[in-house]
Design a protein around this ligand. Structure first.
Ligand code: SF4
Length: 390
């Protein structure tokens, strides 16, 4: 097997990141209680906990734009393919978890992942119950997931679109669904590949999770906790990504968490909290919640904005304005390198971000049409026209 799994296909220089033994925010492993997917914001909206109007809107808010609706239509059909039969025999693979981890990452990059990280699956990252997409909104499906390892796959939501959009206009949900569906596709192929190698594996993506993502992303060295509530930020993509996960028993060497100065950056920056249209993000300090240190978020206000946004489909204003949301150009690579290394550079970057007008929409780059399916009957209208007729 000499030579296999030794190619370096990584699009970003992850080997140059500062690796640490534990995540940069406190995680009391023995105190974190596993949670139910039914308690996530979107699920509460589906269950009517945020009111009847939002319960109706949550079934429509992705489909109301034809691009996000198209992506979601495919995603719903992909939901069935997260698991399958495991081959009866182990393939003749190298007996080296580090080499296998390298190979699995290369396979994920071959499938067009933007970033990949591996960790031991924390038991508290497994949901107690998952949402029953086919049944009642009130009763979850109990989860039993005995796998040892997690492979996390990140997909960029697309910089040119992120540069052009306002943060809460008609393309916002389409950016999310693009990265959800693409990361989900890669996770499903990778899980099936691992099963064909003779090891159990299951894919987890936006419409069929059995795991909660932030602790996996932290332990897999893909980011740090940010001021955007439960959102992990990556040093190369910022918050402009979505993730899918494969859990498996394939022996894999884990990555280590990373420290790129985000705790210092977020404590000084606060741009997402300042610009959030729903006021859901805090300008205050971190709190302890269920064994995690994090910045608090008003999940209800955030969900109401994203689901009920009357002037767009979804909302990603925090993604739009975050100074880490930048293209991977030589200039921004150099600035990003300095931001990772120096507190002074971070302070200058925070001021410079506003000074140079970052976070504002570049209308010249807009490529999509603003369209809305108002009644769910497939008839598209121009939202501005609809507003004028009212
Ligand atoms: Fe942190 Fe600033 Fe990004 Fe908010 S906008 S997540 S405070 S870096």
């Amino acid at each position: 097997m000499k030579g296999y799994g030794r190619r370096d296909r990584e699009p970003f220089p992850v080997d140059r990141l500062n690796r640490v033994e534990r995540p940069t925010t406190v995680v009391h492993d023995d105190q974190v209680k596993p949670v139910s997917e039914l308690d996530a914001g979107f699920m509460k909206a589906r269950r009517g906990i945020y009111g009847e109007a939002l319960r109706g809107e949550v079934l429509r808010f992705v489909n109301k734009h034809p691009m996000s609706g198209a992506e979601r239509w495919i995603m719903n059909r992909m939901r069935e393919f997260v698991d399958g039969m495991t081959a009866g025999h182990h393939a003749p693979l190298p007996d080296d978890p580090a080499l296998l981890a390298r190979h699995i990452k290369d396979a994920a990059y071959f499938l067009r992942a933007d970033l990949v990280g591996i960790c031991a699956l924390p038991p508290y990252a497994v949901y107690t119950e998952s949402f029953d997409w086919k049944g009642s909104s009130e009763e979850g499906i109990p989860v039993s997931l005995p796998h040892r390892n997690a492979i996390a796959i990140l997909i960029d939501q697309d910089w040119p679109t992120a540069e052009a959009f306002t943060g809460s206009d008609w393309i916002s949900n389409a950016m999310s669904m693009l990265a959800y569906s693409t990361s989900g596709f890669i996770a499903m192929v990778l899980a099936e590949y691992i099963r064909r190698l003779g090891y159990p594996a299951r894919a987890h993506f936006a419409v069929n999770y059995q795991v909660v993502l932030p602790p996996i992303l932290l332990w897999a060295g893909l980011g740090e906790m940010s001021r955007i509530g439960d959102c992990v930020i990556n040093p190369f993509l910022g918050p402009r990504f979505k993730a899918a996960v494969v859990t498996t028993d394939l022996p894999l060497a884990p990555d280590k968490p990373i420290d790129f100065g985000l705790q210092d950056f977020c404590s000084k920056c606060m741009k997402c909290a300042r610009e959030c249209p729903s006021g859901a993000l805090s300008e205050g300090g971190k709190v302890m919640h269920n064994g995690y240190e994090k910045w608090p978020t008003n999940v209800e206000a955030c969900t109401k904005m994203r689901v009920g946004n009357p002037k767009g489909s979804g909302c990603g204003t925090c993604v739009k304005v975050c100074p880490w949301n930048k293209p991977y150009t030589p200039l921004h690579r150099a600035i990003g390198w300095a931001m990772r290394k120096s507190s002074l550079a971070r302070s200058v970057a925070i001021k410079g971000d506003d000074l140079f007008g970052y976070g504002k929409p570049n209308h010249a780059k807009k490529w999509w049409f603003d369209l809305e399916d108002v009644h769910g009957d497939g008839i598209l209208t121009v939202p501005a026209e609809k507003a004028r007729k009212k």
